[in-house]
Ligand binder design. Structure first.
Ligand code: GLV
Length: 328
């Protein structure tokens, strides 16, 4: 634990007069120290406490949390703001312990840059035939495949929220033919955007690579399944960088086994860690990463967290507020 976390201010003793109250931090993945240090710089009057060592829960006015356990919020009667330590807020919606206060997600440039880099990697790997060269190397085979111009690769981005739109625009900037789908009408520079259900087949039916960037909500759970895979052209590739539960994994396994799908790059899964006996591990055309496409970068994201706390302290709305009924 750093000095910041152990400081008298952090322990709730000797608080300054302009006291903002306490913030509770909870995550099984993120270290608290960088957040404590960054927030202490920005909000010296904030009392940063790391769960479960939180002292009197009645002092807590803000929560900065990643996937808190069920019942977590019951202890905190005076909470005014919940900030999700990430982009996807699915672990904060559909739970019965959540206080009726604003919920914010993080949306910082560091997270966007990491997500872009992950999807660029996956798309470029397919568009430049890298899986073929990975296999050819195993055979010591100088296996020439004539490169295709980038604009011949049609990439579809499913979900044009903050991250999906940023990824779509940057792929278009690299020279790919990018199309986007969202349930609402969206405009993304250099991207052909669809939203009308009558255009669904036009969107899905002409893709070389489909990238899922949809949030997990009751409407999107298992949305990507056999019906969608059947509509993709034979040999299309699939990339999932949002949530595993948006995909029907049995249907994905079947589409990959039948050869209808040519490959998948998966960062997220229905069950994480991916169980050791899951068929994906054995499938040569599946590329697996352990849910790290994008993470929050405390030095950058803490500015938005501090601004949201300031705003809520002054009775205003926080940044990046989500609608818990919609789930994003
Ligand atoms: C990561 O999965 C996030 O939602 O930020």
């Amino acid at each position: 634990m750093s000095d910041v976390i152990n400081s008298p201010v952090a322990r709730g003793q000797g608080r300054p007069a302009d006291d903002l109250g306490a913030l509770v931090f909870y995550s099984e993945f993120d270290e608290p120290e960088p957040w404590a240090e960054a927030l202490q710089q920005l909000l010296p009057a904030l009392d940063f406490r790391v769960h479960p060592d939180i002292g009197n829960p009645d002092d807590v006015r803000y929560a900065l949390v990643w996937r808190p356990k069920p019942g977590f919020f019951r202890d905190f009667k005076n909470i005014r703001l919940v900030v999700n330590l990430g982009a996807g807020v699915d672990s904060l919606t559909n739970r019965d312990d959540l206080p009726d206060v604003p919920i914010s997600r993080l949306s910082d440039p560091g997270m966007v840059a990491l997500m872009r880099s992950y999807v660029h990697f996956a798309v470029i790997r397919y568009a430049r035939d890298m899986p073929e060269f990975e296999r050819a190397k195993q055979r010591r085979d100088w296996h020439y495949i004539h490169p295709r111009p980038l604009h011949h690769t049609r990439v579809g981005i499913l979900g044009l929220g903050a991250l999906g739109a940023a990824v779509a625009e940057s792929l278009a900037g690299l020279g790919f033919d990018v199309r986007g789908w969202d349930h609402a009408a969206k405009k993304v520079p250099s991207v052909t955007c669809f939203h009308d259900p009558k255009d669904w087949q036009r969107f899905v039916g002409e893709l070389d690579i489909l990238v899922n960037m949809m949030p997990l909500t009751p409407q999107t759970r298992k949305f990507i399944g056999a019906e969608l895979f059947d509509r993709l052209p034979r040999g299309a590739k699939f990339v999932n960088a949002s949530r595993g539960e948006v995909v029907d994994e049995d249907a994905l396994v079947a589409a990959l086994r039948s050869g209808h799908l040519g490959g998948a790059t998966l960062d997220v899964f229905e069950n994480e860690p991916l169980p050791g006996d899951h068929p994906f591990w054995e499938m040569e055309n599946v590329y697996i990463t352990p849910h790290l496409a994008s993470i929050t970068v405390p030095e950058m994201a803490s500015r938005d967290v501090a601004e949201s706390i300031r705003r809520v302290h002054q009775g205003q709305d926080p940044l990046h507020r989500i609608d818990p009924r919609k789930g994003y």
